[in-house]
Design a protein around this ligand. Structure first.
Ligand code: NDP
Length: 330
């Protein structure tokens, strides 16, 4: 039974040597438990934080201990009356080919409703992050301008589409021309900017946002955000979802220069973690699955095959190798 442990805490960009493959005995079923066979593994930028030993809202991974993330698995043996063999579940599970579970915090999922991988993306934490960050903090109004950074990624691509559903003008920022094209043709963004080939982002944003920026959904932080902040409107809302541009920094990055945009524009800037809205998850899921079934929402998944490729797929997030949700199929 293959497992993946944290071999060393990454310094800067994570390396393959920070991960270790360990063979262990196949798990043995105990009373009340199920045995799970891993089918899909979610790799996410936030896992980088858990690989450091800094204090955060989730405890750090321990060295030489197995890593965990969102996983979709199949029940292969069961001594738990709530689950039968052949059921599919999702939950925060270990990077192991097979593992036992008491069934606690496992969610039963249905491959007749949606492909299993969707429960790690558009119908999982990703979709919920997009939905609640945008609606609860951004509160976009019809006709407003929404800018999304990390727009071609898992969360960003859903945010932009929800913005369109809610009647906004939506502008995306992403790192390749292919992604810029996809944002417009596949996800219905009104405009998109390649931040890697644009020298003056502040001017570029001003050009595509002639009425300024009312809502900014920030997945990346850093200088990209500086240039969006410079265009924020009075009473604008800035949703701080993530800051991937700083996750591999070895020193604390400089913060935003708040006087310029927060005070003068009476703007709101708020961070969040999706778990804050746990009680409302059913409401979020209802909207996301309805929009999906009505064809108002679509998604992209980059599916990498093979348990042995989980660490590389994770590392590749920092190179922008994914379009939409990065998932490993086992
Ligand atoms: P993505 O699918 O967006 O993958 C990461 C993307 O980030 C890459 O594809 C890449 O796209 C971009 N990127 C990588 N490095 C940089 C950089 N230095 N500067 C700018 N862009 C970069 O991941 P997710 O959708 O899963 O997550 C997006 C953000 O949301 C992350 O910051 C994550 O931590 C955060 N998050 C927050 C949650 C919360 O509860 N607050 C929950 C889930 C996610 P490109 O080619 O465009 O550079």
């Amino acid at each position: 039974n293959k497992t993946i442990t944290l071999n060393s805490r990454p310094v800067g960009k994570p390396q393959l040597s920070d991960f270790k493959f360990v063979e262990e005995e196949m798990p043995v079923l105990k009373e009340g438990e199920v045995i799970l066979k891993t089918k899909f593994v979610s790799v996410d930028p936030y896992l980088r934080g858990r690989m450091s030993d800094a204090k955060s809202y989730v405890p750090p991974f321990e060295l030489q201990k197995v890593i965990s993330s969102g996983v979709v698995a199949e029940v292969t043996e069961s001594q738990n009356e709530k689950f039968k063999v052949g059921d599919f579940v999702s939950g925060m599970l270990n990077w192991k080919e097979f593992q036992t579970s008491t069934g606690e915090n496992l969610l039963k999922i249905d491959d007749q409703i949606a492909p299993l991988s969707n429960y790690l993306g558009v119908l999982g934490m990703t979709g919920l992050t997009a939905y609640f960050g945008l609606t609860e903090i951004g509160k976009p109004q019809k006709g407003e301008t929404l800018v999304v950074s990390g727009a071609a990624g898992a969360v960003g691509s859903i945010v932009g589409q929800i913005g369109k559903i809610l009647g906004c003008r939506v502008i995306g920022i992403a790192g390749t021309d292919e992604k810029v094209e996809m944002l417009k043709s596949k996800f219905g963004f009104d405009e998109a900017i390649n931040y890697k080939t644009t020298s003056d982002m502040t001017t570029a944003i001003a050009e595509v946002c002639p009425d300024g920026v009312d809502v900014y959904f920030d997945n990346v932080g850093g200088t990209i955000s500086d240039s969006v902040h410079a265009n924020i409107n009075r009473l604008g809302r800035i949703i701080v979802c993530g800051a991937i541009s700083a996750y591999n920094d070895t020193s604390v990055p400089q913060g935003p220069r708040v006087e310029h945009f927060l005070i003068r524009k009476s703007a709101l800037m708020q961070g969040f973690i999706v778990g804050n809205y746990a009680e409302k998850f059913p409401e979020g899921m209802k909207h996301l699955s309805q929009w999906l079934s009505e064809g108002k929402l679509t998604y992209s998944e980059t599916i990498v095959e093979g348990f042995e490729n989980i660490p590389q797929a994770f590392i590749d997030l920092f190179e922008g190798k994914n379009k939409g949700k990065m998932i490993v199929k086992i």
